[in-house]
Ligand binder design. Structure first.
Ligand code: SF4
Length: 274
């Protein structure tokens, strides 16, 4: 069996930056997971970081880390009111989407967010529009036909889906701008779409949006796995060419460990990039 490791892999710039900032404050309280990867979260937890789902769980005067997914202005304000010291680990690409969404709202446009309701990044973007007193809709919710809209996207969506949705919206609305996923997401999705083997393993967390999209855009059967148990359960009989990719928040050591695991399972028949 040939194993092909798709490029790029390893942490994206946004995850690297978030980790650098968080590691400077090992005793802080991180609001939600810094990034959606269990290994990363456990490593930070082992170093002393606490993970909370509400600012109310942080003692006054404590240091809060905002995750790479960003937060709404209301959350920032609440942290200030509580006297918390803020460490902002928001990815710059997410921050750019916040600025775009706010600008649309200030221009009086209805803002349509192509994203997953309930995901931290989507909630932060929605909160940005609300703070600017704008009207916001998370697709497929939409304003009345004919409205002038500004469209933004969660950074880790399926790039093809986003392009198709924007194109459809242009038939019914005056669309002020098109939304885009981030480069790290697009590059990995493009590599997956180019892969023409028999099966693909996508390493990454179940909650990681960019990881899940990689499994969705594959043109062969694809398996998202986060643990060796899940890896061991993948049916590889008959697979001659296996691809492996990883989400933008998956550590390189997880990839190396998965390669070694597969090599040990498949023994001398393994070839390709390993
Ligand atoms: S996947 Fe994109 S948006 Fe998310 S942290 Fe990486 S660069 Fe930032």
């Amino acid at each position: 069996m040939e194993l092909e490791i798709l490029e790029p892999h390893g942490f994206c710039a946004g995850v690297k930056g978030a980790l650098e900032r968080a590691r400077r404050h090992p005793d802080a309280w991180c609001l939600h997971e810094l990034v959606h990867n269990d290994q990363v979260v456990e490593e930070l937890r082992a170093g002393g970081m606490k993970f909370v789902e509400s600012l109310d769980d942080i003692p006054e005067g404590g240091t809060v880390v905002f995750s790479a997914h960003g937060v709404s202005p209301a959350v920032r304000e609440q942290a200030r009111r509580r006297g918390l010291r803020i460490v902002d680990a928001t990815c710059p690409f997410v921050a750019r989407v916040h600025r775009e969404a706010k600008e649309f709202a200030l221009r009086g446009l209805d803002v349509v967010v192509i994203g997953h309701k309930g995901h931290a990044e989507c909630e932060g973007i929605v909160g940005e529009v609300v703070a600017a007193h704008g009207r916001v809709f998370v697709y497929p919710d939409l304003p009345p036909q004919g409205a002038k809209i500004g469209v933004v996207s969660q950074t880790t969506m399926n790039a093809d889906d986003v392009a198709a949705i924007v194109s459809r919206l242009k038939d019914a609305y005056e669309v002020a701008a098109a939304a885009q996923v981030c480069n790290a997401t697009k590059e990995r999705q493009d590599a997956v779409k180019r892969f023409s083997g028999d099966a693909l393993i996508v390493l990454g967390g179940a909650k990681s949006s960019n990881t899940r999209r990689l499994a969705e855009v594959a043109r062969c059967r694809a398996y998202r796995v986060g643990t060796h148990e899940e890896l061991a359960a993948i049916p590889l009989d008959g697979v001659r060419r296996l691809g492996m990719t990883a989400g933008a928040s998956t550590p390189e050591k997880s990839l190396r460990s998965a390669i070694e695991f597969i090599a040990a399972q498949r023994g001398p028949k393994l070839g390709g990039a390993v």
